[in-house]
Design a protein. Structure first.
Ligand SMILES: C[S@@+](CC[C@H](N)C(=O)[O-])C[C@H]1O[C@@H](n2cnc3c(N)ncnc32)[C@H](O)[C@@H]1O
Length: 239
């Protein structure tokens, strides 16, 4: 009797532990497979359209730049001191870096770019041969920065389950928050319902804020000027 009880007490937590471990393994496998598909799509697109806004699936350079301006102005408004260190997560071919260089308002920015796509990182390094070290292959800041900024990083997806894609996004955001001093600043396309249509992810603004508050920290949003449906979110690190 005693033996049976003790076996039971030991095996229950074990099975829960195994279940959790298997679920985590499955998620990691799924996320890696999403990233392989995303990588293939961006590599082909870059080969086809080159280092242009269309080369990273933007409709126009105007909307690409309006997004940069919205995200960078939020980071600069929030920064308690200058210069501001930022990591551009999903930097593509480095267009945000070029934009920062042309804008005196953002002169006090220390930039680094990170992308999961090797072709994008080498395009950045080719464009900026004397600043190659600013661009790295990866999915999170390599060293702690004031702000991690994401422009269009989570728009394209080959997943067809919006809830699962949200989990992927939050997994990425959590990882980046560990290397961020003040806030994550990102944009997403929004719609009345969270959905994926033609491989583009649309978040429900209120639902995204609710989850970000619960999982990461105080969050607010601002509609991105000049880009219909696009919203810039700020997720601050709890003090
Ligand atoms: C729509 S493009 C935008 C590129 C750049 N931000 C711009 O606006 O020009 C999205 C980029 O994010 C990268 N990306 C997607 N998921 C990522 C992740 N989890 N971590 C880092 N980069 C990612 C892609 O490889 C692609 O280069």
């Amino acid at each position: 009797m005693k033996r049976a009880n003790s076996t039971c007490q030991i095996s229950l937590p074990d099975s829960r532990f195994n279940y959790r471990r298997e679920r985590n393994l499955l998620r990691r496998f799924l996320y890696a497979s999403f990233e392989r598909q995303i990588n293939r799509a961006y590599r082909n697109r870059l080969a086809d359209r080159g280092t242009t806004a269309q080369g990273v699936f933007w409709r126009s350079e105007t909307s690409q730049i309006a997004r940069f301006d919205a995200l960078l102005s939020l980071a600069h408004e929030l920064a308690p001191q200058k210069p501001v260190t930022i990591a551009d997560i999903g930097c593509g071919y480095g267009a945000m870096f070029d934009f920062i260089k042309t804008k005196p308002a953002y002169a006090q920015t220390i930039y680094c770019g990170v992308d999961i796509n090797a072709a994008m990182v080498s395009a950045c390094q080719k464009k900026h041969p004397t600043e190659q070290a600013l661009f790295k292959l990866g999915n999170a800041p390599q060293t702690t920065v004031d702000f991690a900024i994401f422009s269009g990083t989570f728009n394209l997806t080959h997943c067809d389950d919006p809830a699962l894609w949200m989990d992927y996004i939050f997994n990425s955001l959590e990882r980046c928050m560990r290397k961020t001093r003040y806030a994550l600043v990102l944009n997403l396309l929004t719609a009345p319902q969270t959905k994926i249509t033609q491989q583009i992810f649309y978040a429900n603004r209120a639902a995204f804020i609710r989850r970000a508050k619960q999982q990461l920290g105080p969050t607010y949003a601002r509609s991105t000027k000049y880009v219909s449906g696009d919203v810039s979110f700020v997720i601050t690190r709890p003090r």
